[in-house]
Design a binder for this molecule. Structure first.
Ligand code: DQQ
Length: 521
C-alpha cells in the first residue's frame, strides 16, 4: 500500500462533515500570521510563480473571468483542511495573471450542499435581472456552479454586484435539476449569433456533454448532446467550448470542445482530451472520427482546465489554466499548510500540422516580466539551477539517441527533461526524483511525440521548485509534472550522447511573485 507522505496540516474540524448530508459543524483554521505566511511561502516545494492556495486544499480552477481590469481565479477549495472536502470556491484576483491577491472564500458549502466546479460570466446587459446598475454600466458577475449532494448534482447560480467580493446565491436555485446523481461542471458563455447563453455540462458516467440554452441565466432548455466519443476510460468532467482561429486566420475558426477524463489519461489517472469541430449555437459536430482521441498534455499532472471568460476582444487571447495534479495522489502530495497548484496561464491556438489541426499552448507573455534582467545563462557544463527558471533547449537532427537536461541535488535526486530520437519524443523522467518512498503512482517517465521542424526540436521548460511545464515546438506537445525532491534541485546539466553544437540550452532565472513587483509586459 502506498505510504502516506505527510500529515495533513491545519485541520480544525469539530465534527466531521457530511458527505452523507448530516449536520456539519466545522471551524475554519485561523488565518496564518505574517511570520507563518512568510515561512509557508518559502517551503522547499512551494512554487514561486505558480498559483497555490494560501492555506489548505485546492483542486480545479473555477470561474476564470476578466472584469474591470482584474482577472479572477476561483478554485475548488477545502477551507478546513489539506485534503478534498467541504468544497467551496476559493478566490484570488490579479492584474497580470502572475501576481495574485488572495481574497476570502467566495462561495461556501451551505445546508449540506457543496460548491463543485463551474464558471463565471459578465452579464453585460443584465439579462438575469441580478445586476444593480451603477451609472451607465448595467453589468454584474454571475457564477454558475454545481451544487453537490451525495445523491444529486444540480446547476445553480449566484451573483455579485461588487466585483466578486461578495456573492448571493439565487433564491430560485437549482436552475437545472435532472434528478441525476452525476451531472456537473457548467461552463457558460454568450453566443452572439443566437443571442443567448449556452451552458456546457457533462453527464460524467454516460460520457456525454449536454448543452443548454437560456436568455436570462435562470431558465434553461436542453439543446443537444455530444458523445460518447474519444476517450471514455473514466468519467467525463469539466467541459469547455470556444472558437479558436486556425493558424491565426480569423476566417477559419474551429470550435474546441475540451473534456477532462478521470481516470484513463495516457500517463495514468486524470487528464484532458479535446475535440475539434463546429458549433452552431445548438449542436457540436466533431470534425474527426468519433474514435479519434486528441490529448491536451502528455504529463501526469494537468487536469480540469477552464478558459477565461470575457477577455476583451482588443486582447483577443483565449487563455486557460489547469490544476497541476492527478486524482491518483492529489490528497497525498508531500506539502504542508497548503496543497495543490495551478498551471501558468496558457494561450491557446490551433495550428495545422502534417497530422491535421491541433491545439498548441504557450505560457502567457506576461511571464517574461519575471525573467531576472540580464543575458541568459548558457547551459554547457553543470550549472547552478535557480529555484525558478525559464529554459529554452534546442536539439538538431543527427546521429544520437537521447539529449536531456538533468535537474539534480546533492542527494542524488534528479529529474531529466529531454528528447529521444527514436521514437522522436520529449519526455520527463521523475523516477529518481524522490529518495524516500513515494506514492506508488508518483514515479514514472512520461513522453509525447514531437516532429522535426527545420531539422530541430525546441522546448521551453518552466521550472518552479516542484513544478515542471514543458512546451515542445511552441506548445505542440506539452508535458506538465509535479516533482517532489526531499531537498531543492540546485544543479542543471546535459546528459546525452549528442555531439557538441547539436544541443543548446539557455536559461533565465525567474523571480518570485512574492518578491518581484508586477511589471508591464
Ligand atoms: N472536481 C470537482 C467536480 C469536478 C471534479 C469537485 C474534477 O466538480 O468534476 O471538486 O476534478
Amino acid at each position: 500500500m502506498a505510504k502516506r507522505w505527510v500529515i495533513v496540516a491545519g485541520v480544525l474540524v469539530m465534527s466531521v462533515a457530511a458527505l452523507r448530508g448530516q449536520q456539519t459543524v466545522v471551524r475554519r483554521a485561523p488565518p496564518l500570521s505574517a511570520k507563518e505566511t512568510a515561512a509557508a511561502r518559502d517551503e522547499p516545494l512551494r512554487p514561486q510563480y505558480h498559483f497555490t492556495p494560501p492555506r489548505n486544499f485546492m483542486n480545479d480552477p473555477n470561474g476564470l473571468v476578466f472584469y474591470g481590469g482584474e482577472y479572477h481565479l476561483f478554485y475548488q477549495h477545502n477551507p478546513f483542511g489539506a485534503t478534498w472536502g467541504h468544497m467551496s470556491w476559493g478566490h484570488a484576483v490579479s492584474r497580470d495573471l502572475l501576481h495574485w491577491e488572495d481574497l476570502p472564500v467566495a462561495l461556501r458549502e451551505e445546508d449540506g450542499i457543496m460548491i463543485f466546479s463551474g464558471s463565471v460570466v459578465v452579464d453585460r446587459k443584465n439579462t438575469s435581472g441580478f445586476c444593480r446598475p451603477r451609472g451607465a454600466d448595467p453589468s454584474c458577475l454571475v457564477a454558475i456552479y454545481t451544487g453537490f449532494r451525495p445523491d444529486r448534482q444540480t446547476q445553480n447560480v449566484a451573483f455579485s454586484n461588487n466585483r466578486g467580493r461578495t456573492w448571493t446565491k439565487y433564491a430560485g436555485n437549482p436552475v437545472i435539476d435532472l434528478g441525476l446523481k452525476d451531472f456537473r461542471d457548467p461552463k457558460v458563455f454568450w453566443h452572439e449569433d443566437r443571442n443567448r447563453w449556452v451552458m456546457v455540462t457533462v453527464l460524467p458516467d454516460q460520457h456525454k456533454v449536454r448543452f443548454f440554452g437560456s436568455s436570462d441565466l435562470k431558465k434553461w432548455e436542453a439543446l443537444s448532446d455530444f458523445g460518447p466519443a474519444g476517450a471514455t476510460g473514466g468519467v467525463w468532467e469539466c467541459p469547455d467550448l470556444y472558437p479558436l482561429p486556425v493558424d491565426g486566420d480569423g476566417a477559419d475558426n474551429r470550435w474546441l470542445l475540451d473534456v477532462d477524463l478521470n481516470p484513463g489519461a495516457p500517463a495514468g489517472g486524470s487528464g484532458g482530451q479535446y475535440f475539434i469541430g463546429r458549433f452552431d449555437g445548438t449542436r457540436f459536430v466533431n470534425d474527426n472520427p468519433p474514435d479519434r482521441t486528441l490529448w491536451v498534455d502528455r504529463g501526469k499532472d494537468f487536469y480540469a482546465t477552464i478558459s477565461f471568460s470575457d477577455i476583451p476582444s482588443a486582447d483577443g487571447r483565449r487563455i486557460w489554466m489547469g490544476w497541476i495534479s492527478n486524482w491518483l495522489y492529489a490528497n497525498e502530495e508531500p506539502t504542508e499548510t497548503w496543497r495543490g497548484a495551478q498551471s501558468i496561464p496558457r494561450v491557446l491556438r490551433f495550428r495545422r500540422i502534417p497530422d491535421g489541426v491541433r491545439l498548441v499552448q504557450s505560457p502567457v507573455a506576461e511571464l517574461d516580466t519575471l525573467r531576472v534582467p540580464g543575458p541568459p545563462t548558457s547551459i554547457e557544463h553543470a550549472t547552478p539551477l535557480p529555484s525558478g527558471a525559464d529554459i529554452e533547449m534546442e536539439v538538431s537532427r543527427g546521429d544520437w539517441k537521447q539529449a536531456g537536461l538533468r535537474l539534480s541535488n546533492d542527494l542524488g535526486e534528479e529529474v531529466v527533461v529531454g528528447v529521444t530520437s527514436d521514437p522522436l519524443e520529449v519526455f520527463v523522467d521523475r523516477r529518481k526524483a524522490r529518495s524516500v518512498p513515494a506514492h506508488a503512482e508518483y514515479p514514472g517517465r512520461h513522453a509525447g511525440a514531437v516532429r522535426w521542424i527545420d531539422g530541430r526540436v525546441r522546448a521551453r521548460v518552466l521550472f518552479d521548485r516542484s513544478v515542471l511545464e514543458i512546451f515542445a515546438n511552441d506548445g505542440e506537445t506539452v508535458i506538465t509534472e509535479r516533482v517532489y525532491p526531499t531537498a531543492p534541485l540546485t544543479r542543471i546539466q546535459w546528459v546525452s550522447d549528442i555531439g557538441g553544437g547539436q544541443a543548446t540550452a539557455r536559461m533565465w532565472a525567474l523571480g518570485s511573485v512574492w518578491n518581484a513587483p508586477a511589471r508591464q509586459p
